[in-house]
Design a protein around this ligand. Structure first.
Ligand SMILES: NC(=O)c1ccc[n+]([C@@H]2O[C@H](COP(=O)([O-])OP(=O)(O)OC[C@H]3O[C@@H](n4cnc5c(N)ncnc54)[C@H](O)[C@@H]3O)[C@@H](O)[C@H]2O)c1
Length: 217
């Protein structure tokens, strides 16, 4: 399959790219940063998803994974996480080779917690996922989102490096742990390759954080 992924230079996007490469797919990565992936099946385009005019011409994308994101607590969260994701979807998804679009949202989209611009950007991703699913149906393609809770990786280094803070956030989850980047990549792989019948839905991968509630009697 020809798989286009945004935000492949670091973190979850890089893990998703490596997962598809491991299974011999052709991967095209977009990122504002240079890549550290060295694989003959990987092509990297340095570009900014906020600027649709900068996006490279890539034909016949079969799987689109919109992953690039920031958490700046400013309007840029909307510009990157939502407008950027709409840009790449409009550029690559609506053509007859497309089979699946996967959007990386966040648990924040359903809980409303975290920073205001970030929560709003990810809530928008959930609505846009449904909108895209409606528009892609005529190609027989699906569109779903994945909403991770806490993920172990550099983006959360300030928490992971502070034991007291990390213990505190782990205590918020039912399973008392965070997910690994590779686990999020496995969900993306499943939605891209195996899923044929679910569309317009969101997978919440939060270790039971939303479910956890104290029963007071
Ligand atoms: N890490 C978590 O705990 C967590 C939880 C929920 C959701 N998410 C979401 O997962 C996605 C990946 O996050 P991550 O933790 O891997 O972050 P990260 O910062 O490690 O990686 C994000 C990647 O996106 C790229 N990027 C940022 N802005 C860009 C732009 N304008 N154009 C092109 N590329 C751009 C960055 O250069 C980077 O390579 C994001 O959408 C994030 O909101 C992460």
């Amino acid at each position: 399959m020809r798989v286009l992924i945004s935000g492949t230079s670091k973190g979850i996007g890089r893990a998703i790219a490596l997962m598809f490469l491991k299974h011999n797919h052709e991967v095209i990565g977009l990122d504002i940063l240079n890549t550290t992936i060295d694989d003959p099946n990987y092509t990297h385009y340095p570009c900014d998803v906020r600027n649709i005019g900068m996006l490279p011409e890539v034909k016949d994308v079969e799987i689109l994974i919109n992953n690039a994101g920031v958490q700046t607590n400013s309007i840029d969260d909307i510009n990157t996480n939502l407008v950027g994701l709409i840009n790449t979807t409009n550029k690559y998804a609506f053509q007859k080779k497309i089979k699946a679009v996967i959007n990386i949202a966040s648990a924040s989209a359903s809980t409303g917690s975290e920073f205001p611009y970030y929560a709003a950007s990810k809530g928008g991703v959930l609505s846009f996922t449904k909108n895209t699913a409606l528009a892609l149906a005529k190609y027989g393609a699906t569109c779903n989102s994945i909403s991770p809770g806490g993920v172990i990786g550099d983006a959360n280094k300030h928490i992971l490096d502070n034991k007291e803070l990390y213990d505190k956030v782990l205590n918020e989850s039912l399973l008392n742990k965070w997910a690994k980047e590779e686990e999020i990549a496995q969900f993306a792989y499943f939605l891209a390759i195996y899923n044929k019948s679910m569309t317009g839905e969101d997978l919440l991968i939060d270790n039971g954080e939303k479910l956890k509630a104290n029963f007071i009697w």
